[in-house]
Structure formats: structure tokens, C-alpha cells
Design a protein around this ligand. Sequence first.
Ligand SMILES: *[C@@H]1O[C@H](CO)[C@@H](O)[C@H](O)[C@H]1NC(C)=O
Ligand SMILES: *[C@@H]1O[C@H](CO)[C@@H](O)[C@H](O)[C@H]1NC(C)=O
Ligand SMILES: *[C@@H]1O[C@H](CO)[C@@H](O)[C@H](O)[C@H]1NC(C)=O
Ligand SMILES: *[C@@H]1O[C@H](CO)[C@@H](O)[C@H](O)[C@H]1NC(C)=O
Ligand SMILES: *[C@@H]1O[C@H](CO)[C@@H](O)[C@H](O)[C@H]1NC(C)=O
Length: 378
Amino acid sequence: MQWVSLLLLAGLCSLSRAQYDDDPHWWFQYLRSQQSTYYDPYDPYPYPYEPSEPYPYGVEEGPAYAYGSLPPPEPRDCPQECDCPPNFPTAMYCDNRNLKYLPFVPSRMKYVYFQNNQITSIQEGVFDNATGLLWVALHGNQITSDKVGRKVFSKLRHLERLYLDHNNLTRMPGPLPRSLRELHLDHNQISRVPNNALEGLENLTALYLHHNEIQEVGSSMRGLRSLILLDLSYNHLRRVPDGLPSALEQLYLEHNNVYTVPDSYFRGSPKLLYVRLSHNSLTNNGLATNSFNASSLLELDLSYNQLQKIPPVNTNLENLYLQGNRINEFSISSFCTVVDVMNFSKLQVLRLDGNEIQRSAMPVDAPLCLRLASLIEI
Ligand SMILES: *[C@@H]1O[C@H](CO)[C@@H](O)[C@H](O)[C@H]1NC(C)=O
Ligand SMILES: *[C@@H]1O[C@H](CO)[C@@H](O)[C@H](O)[C@H]1NC(C)=O
Ligand SMILES: *[C@@H]1O[C@H](CO)[C@@H](O)[C@H](O)[C@H]1NC(C)=O
Ligand SMILES: *[C@@H]1O[C@H](CO)[C@@H](O)[C@H](O)[C@H]1NC(C)=O
Ligand SMILES: *[C@@H]1O[C@H](CO)[C@@H](O)[C@H](O)[C@H]1NC(C)=O
């Protein structure tokens, strides 16, 4: 079984794209070769090498052919574990098939899918030929940080999306290609984001780090000048990131231990629309007057904290969630510092249920200030 596979791999090494570019039947040949040569009912996950063996891709043609009685393998470059549909020659599908190791990626590939296997490592060199890769999907595996080659991503100068979520990573991977636009690292066990971990990722627009064990992100987010979405929810953060990206629109920090938000914290992100800070440890002592008074904000979720007063918010805010706190007064000045024909709050939804106030605590001038409110739940 094993030497047959080696033979095939050795054959692969000399294959170039031109060999099947003009051959409409190569796919059928490929399927046939898989069935006749590789199907083994007692070995449901045929894999070309054992972990203890040296990585086989450098195998020379000579010694492999010397085994000899079988004819040379069909010309193709798709690893036997994967599917490479002929009508989509830049994609390789290796997902959901109990793979334990990453197969070598042929150079023509732009989109590779390895999700939902049992892969534990990203071997050095595995992407070395595929320098045109745009998407790499590795989510739903068991990759540990110790087994990620130091230079695995360094040649991928065009990589735009990297899916490493739902793995066993304990550290940020890197160095990462500067071309990245989306980075999925959620559902791992990463405990910190060093200040330089995301350096130079000038095109990164979405960063998913939720459901990790992150305690500290320092100033690592600050320089991400294209970042629009940052999800750090379900971690162990005690502080908000030290500086937010200037293009940020969505910030998710719910389910952490954040107890303080500095004065005017959101003013460095003038496009920010949505902020979620529910299920944290915020008290009014940890807030300044203008912690949440940012004119771009449309939605602010501060539910399930320990606030006793309503923090001042900007008049442009439309949705404010404060349920599950300890609020015991309805301070209209938190919404309107001046009330007249031209000055009023744009708030539409205000949730104050699960606090320590009664409906009767609503001041008489509330309707004037909150004249656009369609739902006030107390
Ligand atoms: C990797 O690329 C080199 C240079 O193009 C080529 O000689 C080699 O056969 C390729 N290896 C594999 C396994 O495709
Ligand atoms: C990855 O984590 C899962 C769940 O915690 C665990 O069952 C598995 O053994 C881990 N795998 C490795 C390779 O550490
Ligand atoms: C970022 O995107 C722009 C525009 O698509 C591109 O020209 C530039 O090379 C990218 N930067 C990096 C580091 O890849
Ligand atoms: C929010 O800040 C603006 C200045 O940007 C200020 O005029 C307004 O009074 C503040 N709102 C509250 C409720 O303090
Ligand atoms: C009240 O509204 C007017 C007109 O929009 C504006 O010029 C003024 O700055 C507002 N005052 C406050 C305190 O927001």
C-alpha cells in the first residue's frame, strides 16, 4: 500500500499543468486510478506516509520506479486524498475525510479546503509551491501551535483568507502574509496577542478572535488600518484594546471581564457603528463622562454588567441595551444635555429591564428628549 503511494507521489513530481490542460478525460482517468490503485476497504484513510518517516515529497523518481512491475501512474497532480474538480482547476477539496496530515499543495491552486479533518500540524514546506494561494481553509482540525512550521505562510504573498478557527492553537500564528483580508482564529486556546503579531496587515478587514483565552491584546490592533470588524468576544480581557483601528465599524467584546473604558475611547474610530460589551464587569467607577459618547455609534450593548447609572451617550445613538444591570435611576441627562425643538435623542430602543428601577422613575421630560423611542422596556 505504502510504496504504491510513494510511487504515485514520485510520478506527481514531474507533472506539469500542460500535461492535462488539453485532456478533457484526465478527470476520469484520475477517478479510475483512485479506484483501481488506492481503494482499500481495510484502510479507510490511506495516507502516503507515517509521521515518523521523512516527508516524502522530495522522493526521487528513480528509486520509486525501481519497485517496478506497475505501469507509471496517470499524469495528474491532485493528491490522492483530495478532489480537484476539472471545471475549477484552481480549487482543491480535501475537507471532511479524516486526514491526519496535510498533503502537498500543487502550484496551480488558489483555493484549498482542508476543514473538518484530524490534522494536527502544518508542516514546513507544504505550501511552498502554491505561492498563488488566495484562500486556505484549515478550520475544524486539531492543529497545535508547536506544530505550525515557522515559515509555512511566508511565501504566500497573495493569501487573502486564512481559516484556522476551531483548532488547538495556543499562540498567534505568524509571521502572517501582509496581503490577508480575513483572518479566522476563533475557537482556539490563544492566550495573548503580542503587540507585533498583526504588524503590517494593512488590508485586513475582519479579524475573528472570539472564543479564545485571550487576556491581553496590548496595542496590536491599533495599526490595522483597514480593519472593519473586530471580534474579541468570549475571552478573558480585563481591558479594552490599547487603541482601536481608525476604520473600525463593528467591535465585539461581549463575555469578557472588562471593567473600564477610558474617556473618549471610541473617538479614534469615527466610523464605529456597533459596540457590544454585554456580560463584562463594567461599573460606573470604571467609566469616564464620555466613555460612550461617540457620535457615530448607532448601537451600544452594555447589558449584564454592574452599572448603577445610565452612562452618557451621544444623541445619534439608536439602540441602547442596559438590561441586567443594577441601574436605580433614570437620568435623562445621559441622553440629552439640552432639550428643545432641535436638540433631542435619536434613541429608538432602550432596554432597562432587569434593573432596580420602576416605570414611575421615568422623568416627566423623558418624552421630549426620547421622542423617537419606539420601545422603552423597564
Ligand atoms: C514544486 O515546484 C518545483 C519548481 O516548479 C517543481 O520542480 C517541483 O516538482 C514541484 N513539486 C511538486 C511536489 O509539485
Ligand atoms: C485538541 O483539543 C481537543 C478538545 O479539547 C482534544 O480532545 C484534542 O485531544 C486536542 N488535540 C490535540 C492534538 O492536542
Ligand atoms: C492591499 O490591497 C491593495 C489593493 O487591492 C493592493 O494593491 C496591495 O498590494 C495590498 N497590500 C498587500 C500588502 O498585499
Ligand atoms: C457628548 O459629547 C458632545 C460633544 O461631542 C457634547 O456636546 C454632549 O453634551 C455630550 N453628551 C452627553 C450626554 O454628555
Ligand atoms: C441644539 O441644536 C442646534 C441646531 O441643530 C445646534 O446648533 C446646537 O449645537 C444644539 N445644542 C446642543 C447643546 O447640542
